[in-house]
Design a protein around this ligand. Structure first.
Ligand code: NAD
Length: 423
């Protein structure tokens, strides 16, 4: 496939970054040119204009997207993001990453993603509900338990999933819990889903430490982002014996080299809305957290935070990408050259979609599992995925990201090829 990689390298467009990651493994696995071209673009892109009633009695127009990248291995799967910076290119990149993620952990889903350009921090619950219900209606033509199953992402919650499930069910005249995952337990959610992304991230960090011959006890962790992924990662890792030394959220950060009291910090965040001001550590900021003296860095907020500028200053020996797309391609190369093991997003945050898959299976069967069983199945899937990616990385002498892509892209390519072209 001919293309000017230097131009892509210079760009910080997240969609071009996702395409470039695919291009780089194409040659490693001998992907043929037409299949490569097929996998390089989304199958379907839906842009919707969403009128939502505001508390002042009027209504406002919002723009939303649902993108389905590849569905050769099963229905689309991927979260919905509510954020002012959502762009179509970002949603396309996130949908492509979902394709690889589902394939890497070997669950029968394709990749999809959604987003609405909005600022939920400045909307009331009623306004959020109105927006969610109308957005669901607008995308209902392409979602469904056998077609495409949304889930939570940045600033979307189990309550928002409940509104999606209810809206879709009302349109069809009966309860369809399998249309969305990440729901509250009372309406078909799964035990363990809330902590699944963080738990999966911890399992792969455990494995990575083992390959480096190091122990979990006392390993120092810095986490950027203190939401679903970041806060639970801090909680679970602290419980397991890791020492969480720095965390941050959109307002700033807090650090303590002796280890933060995570229970106290979670209570502080729920009282004040931020980790800033917590008295059990010193103030730090989002930039400093990435460069903090630690063994494991967990970016758990937004994309493109590790760049060619700060990559040389990252002090961790393991970077576990709880967030999607936190490392720019140039930074990836710098970290690899410096011997830093980057556990790519499609592996490090795949715990979320894995338990989403378990939730969907439970909904379809109307038979719900114990949390212990869920965590055990999750651990098995992620440990196996880590080992498969690690084996490919060693075999080709490449990064864990490329190793993971080799596994994932080969699986999607095989399914796409086997199904052939219709008509
Ligand atoms: P969330 O909304 O629960 O939390 C986001 C966190 O990021 C908040 O603490 C917020 O304060 C912080 N944040 C926002 N802007 C920031 C900035 N500029 N600097 C530092 N922190 C900032 O979202 P989440 O579900 O935890 O998602 C975080 C990341 O994890 C995203 O990239 C998402 O795609 C990814 N992810 C989440 C899941 C999941 O199950 N929730 C699964 C896979 C991947």
């Amino acid at each position: 496939m001919t293309q000017d990689l230097s131009a892509v390298q210079a760009s910080d467009n997240v969609w071009e970054m996702a395409q470039r990651q695919l291009d780089e493994v194409g040659s490693l696995i001998g992907l043929n040119e037409s299949l490569h071209g097929y996998l390089r673009v989304p199958k379907r892109v839906l842009e919707v204009s969403v009128p939502a009633r505001m508390d002042n009695g009027g209504f406002r127009m919002f723009t939303g997207y649902r993108v389905q990248h590849n569905m050769s291995r099963g229905p689309g799967k991927g979260g919905i993001r509510f954020h002012p910076d959502v762009t179509l290119d970002e949603v396309k990149a996130l949908a492509m990453w979902m394709t690889w993620k589902c394939a890497l952990v070997n669950i029968p889903f394709g990749g999809a993603k959604g987003g609405v350009i909005c600022d939920p921090k400045h909307m009331s619950m009623q306004e959020l509900e109105n927006l969610t219900r109308r957005f669901t209606s607008e995308i209902s033509i392409i979602i469904g338990p056998e077609k495409d199953i949304p889930a939570p992402d940045v600033y979307t919650t189990p309550q928002i999933m409940a509104w999606i499930m209810d809206t879709f069910s009302m349109q069809h005249g009966y309860s369809i819990s399998g249309v969305v995952t990440g729901k509250p337990l009372a309406i078909g959610g799964s035990l363990g889903r809330d902590k699944a992304t963080a738990r999966g991230c911890m399992y792969v960090v455990d494995e990575a430490l083992e390959t480096q011959g190091r122990t979990i006890e006392g390993a120092r962790v810095a986490i950027q982002g203190f939401g679903n992924a970041g806060m639970y990662a801090a909680t679970l890792m602290a419980e397991r014996g890791y020492r969480v030394v720095a965390v941050s959220d959109s307002h700033g950060g807090v650090a303590n080299e002796r280890g933060l009291d995570i229970k106290g910090l979670v209570a502080h965040k729920s009282e004040t809305g931020s980790v800033v001001g917590f008295t059990g550590g010193e103030r730090t900021d989002n930039r400093e957290v990435l460069e903090f003296d630690c063994d494991v860095l967990v970016p758990a907020a937004l994309e493109k935070v590790i760049t060619r500028e700060n990559a040389p200053r990252v002090r961790a020996s393991i970077v576990a990408e709880a967030a999607n797309g936190p490392t720019m391609p140039d930074a990836d190369d710098i970290l690899f050259d410096r011997g830093v093991m980057v556990l790519p997003d499609i592996l490090a945050n795949a715990g979320g979609v894995t338990v989403s898959y378990f939730e969907w299976v439970q909904d379809l069967q109307a038979n719900f599992w114990e949390e212990e069983e869920i965590n055990e199945r999750l651990k098995r899937k992620l440990t196996r995925s880590f080992r498969e990616a690690h084996e490919q990385a060693k075999r080709h002498g490449v990064s864990m990201r490329k190793g993971a892509y080799c596994v994932a892209v080969a699986r999607v390519a095989e399914a796409t090829k086997l199904r052939g072209l219709y008509p």
